[in-house]
Design a protein around this ligand. Structure first.
Ligand code: ME8
Length: 651
């Protein structure tokens, strides 16, 4: 816990800055939610926290992705940055800073860092000849390849030869080795072995740090033909975001060195070898700690934008809420190891932990408090069994703090849920309904009090991890939401006035949900081909195929240009917007599942294409008189924007 003085102890935590090459998935959410839980915990524990995330917007990969969309790189990264920010808002991420590598202050600072290193002799010009992995934007030597493939991502590499600048990594090999092997800088320990065995022991080679094959990046200030390598542009974000190299370095002075950089294992090499070497060359202290966690896998393969095997966090949070996804990510991944994502595991974790354990405990206790005491419960005489449980509750904050510091987030949650489980067992053991039947009001009051205290302390400790339901619990307990952990002690509240609250969610019908998720996945990714012996139908020109429709059939669909006149969010739905559209003759209400892609105000005054003769349907109690057509971009729906006046037919 931070010292109690007027000056709070600074704590600086970062995620990687994510490539602006496509929509982010639950793998990115994992790192960002973990860092968020740590940041929130540290804030509540008395630290002055700076939590940084952001986007890595330069480089060949981003340029290529923009070209594929027919957009300029800047327009492409601008729209993605907005979506990424919307995702973090959705996930309740409490970041203090959001850096984009196209921020002019960052670009200027990186150009200056490059010049400084060049003038110092730590960057020099030469020629590169070797192998290149395009997705990782990394050069490799023959000996560094694993089975002839990129050692970071396992994909094919290409021959490459070009004039470029090099960073003198070899000069810092000994200092980096010491940092890795003689300090706790890099965790978990298995990552240290990987770094030392695979890179340092093999002889740390100088790193090619410029490219001439594309131009979307920061130019070398004294040799404009060269673009600074995306990693040399990206890594300094951790200091440029604090104002390093600008007129105001106060944040840099306050928060650097960083307390912890968090990332997954594939980019530990850049963070644990290249980044410290750059900092050493600049005479800046290295970060205090780095943590390389494992991967979220899908069907045994790393979930990844470039492989396209991703799970969309907007869809999951639309269906199950933010608490559910945050909890699943934090709880189901042992922090250092890989873990396979499955819909089954997500759904059963929600049902078992959130609905059965936590939800039931809160529901039952508040209902009994209401029923037996009209919500008024006060401190009573504890027996030995109560005292033992109270001791367990008291021990929780210390144990959770120790785990968060490691950081072993999943274990911290396990400990909180152990007490929640204990409270459910306490109900079964003490049988409040029997105490009520026997008229033992004094004991019944004590039992209810012990339960309310258990709920209060666990909900207080859950606040950094899941952000919505614990707040509601405090409403049910009739208490303000705590801002710190000072009351995480049994007996701190003398008397309660409780009320019942909305449940966290209803128990999920797993079979039904699995089918729904599969249906959604088919809509988003296209139906997966099932192996079949049937030959595809031959196209013989004049015969109609079963999949084809005639022009008359097509014209049965009445597509019209409409003007969106009003738009509001549908209450109790994260997904739905209620729009009033003018179709040339009348106003209609349309409910559309696009709330995660648009703010209501963005749509007013826009035109869209309406399926005007669709049978009306009720969504969230609202009758929707038609459907708006969308295509998708980066996994998000985008309304088709027609030309023409409201009422005109689209054909
Ligand atoms: O590497 N499982 O960006 P990136 C767990 N721009 N975590 C995952 C994951 C998965 N399947 N997929 C992604 C870059 N992540 C660079 C970083 S930093 C100076 C530059 C998370 O968009 C994890 O944190 O490829 C991983 O390291 C990061 O996203 C990679 O994001």
């Amino acid at each position: 816990m931070a010292k109690k003085s007027t000056e709070k102890k600074p704590f600086y935590i970062t995620t990687p800055i994510y490539y602006s090459s496509g929509a982010l998935h639950i793998g990115h959410c994992y790192t960002t939610v973990c860092c968020d839980a740590i940041a929130r915990f540290k804030r509540m524990d008395g630290y002055d926290v700076y939590y940084l995330t952001g986007t890595d917007e330069h480089g060949q990969k981003v340029q290529k992705a923009a070209e594929e969309k027919g957009l300029s790189p800047k327009a492409f990264v601008d729209s993605l940055a907005e979506r990424i920010k919307a995702l973090w808002e959705r996930m309740d991420i409490s970041n203090d800073g959001f850096i984009r590598t196209t921020d002019p202050e960052h670009e200027k600072a990186v150009a200056e860092i490059f010049t400084k290193l060049y003038e110092k002799g730590d960057i020099y010009k030469s020629e590169y000849s070797g192998k290149y992995c395009e997705p990782c934007e990394s050069f490799w030597t023959e000996t560094q390849l694993v089975d002839g493939k990129c050692p970071d991502c396992g994909r094919e590499v290409k021959d490459a030869k070009e004039e470029c600048y090099f960073l003198r990594l070899s000069k810092y090999a000994d200092r980096v080795r010491k940092l890795l092997t003689e300090t706790d800088f890099l965790q978990p320990d298995s990552r240290v072995k990987e770094m030392v065995n695979n890179f340092i022991d093999k002889g740390l080679e100088d790193l090619a740090v410029t490219r001439t094959s594309f131009d979307w990046g920061i130019k070398v200030p004294f040799d404009k033909k060269h673009v600074i390598y995306v990693w040399i542009d990206a890594l300094p974000n951790y200091i440029t975001a604090l104002g390093y190299g600008s007129k105001d370095e106060s944040k840099f002075k306050k928060y650097w060195p960083c307390d912890i950089h968090v990332m997954a294992k594939e980019i530990v090499r850049f963070h644990a070898i290249v980044w410290p070497a750059i900092l050493m060359a600049l005479d800046i202290p290295v970060p205090k700690r780095e943590y390389g966690h494992g991967w979220i896998m899908l069907d045994g393969d790393k979930m990844s934008k470039s492989k396209g095997n991703v799970v969309d966090p907007f869809i999951l949070t639309d269906r199950y809420g933010v608490d559910a996804l945050r909890y699943y990510l934090l709880r189901s991944m042992p922090f250092g190891d890989d873990s396979n994502y499955t819909n089954e595991l997500l759904l059963s974790t929600i049902n078992n932990d959130l609905v059965n354990d936590l939800g039931n405990l809160v529901r039952r206790t508040l209902a009994m408090s209401e029923q037996y005491f009209s919500g008024k419960v006060s401190k009573g005489e504890l027996n030995d069994n109560d005292k033992a449980f109270a001791d367990k509750i008291d021990a929780l904050i210390k144990a959770v703090r120790a785990d968060v510091d490691k950081p072993l987030i999943s274990r911290a949650l396990e400990k909180i849920f152990d007490v929640i489980d204990g409270a459910n067992k306490y109900i079964d053991l003490n049988k409040p309904w029997e105490l009520n039947k026997n008229g033992d009001k004094a004991r019944l009051n004590t039992v209810m009090y012990v339960l309310l205290e258990a709920i209060r302390v666990t909900a207080n400790l859950l606040l950094p991890f899941i952000t919505k339901y614990p707040r509601r619990i405090f409403d049910g307990l009739g208490l303000p939401v705590p801002v710190d952990f000072s009351a995480c002690k049994f007996g701190k509240v003398k008397a309660y006035t409780t009320k019942t609250i909305e449940p966290i969610m209803n128990r999920l019908d797993i079979k039904k949900e699995l089918a729904e998720l599969e249906k959604i996945a088919e809509q988003v990714n296209g139906k997966k081909e099932k192996p079949t012996d049937k030959k595809p139908p031959e196209n013989n020109g004049d015969k109609e195929s079963a999949d084809e429709i005639t022009i008359d059939e097509f014209f049965k669909t009445d597509l019209r240009v409409v003007l969106i006149e009003e738009c509001v969010k549908v209450e109790k739905s994260n997904k739905l917007l209620k729009l009033t559209v003018f179709d040339g003759t009348r106003r209609r209400t349309v409910v559309s599942g696009i709330a995660h892609a648009y703010a209501p105000n963005d749509l007013v005054g826009k035109k869209a294409v309406l399926v005007a003769n669709l049978k009306p349907a009720k969504l969230c109690g609202i009758v929707s008189e038609g459907m708006l057509l969308c295509s998708t971009e980066n996994g998000l729906p985008r309304l088709i924007a027609p030309v023409g006046e409201p009422g005109e037919k689209v054909c």
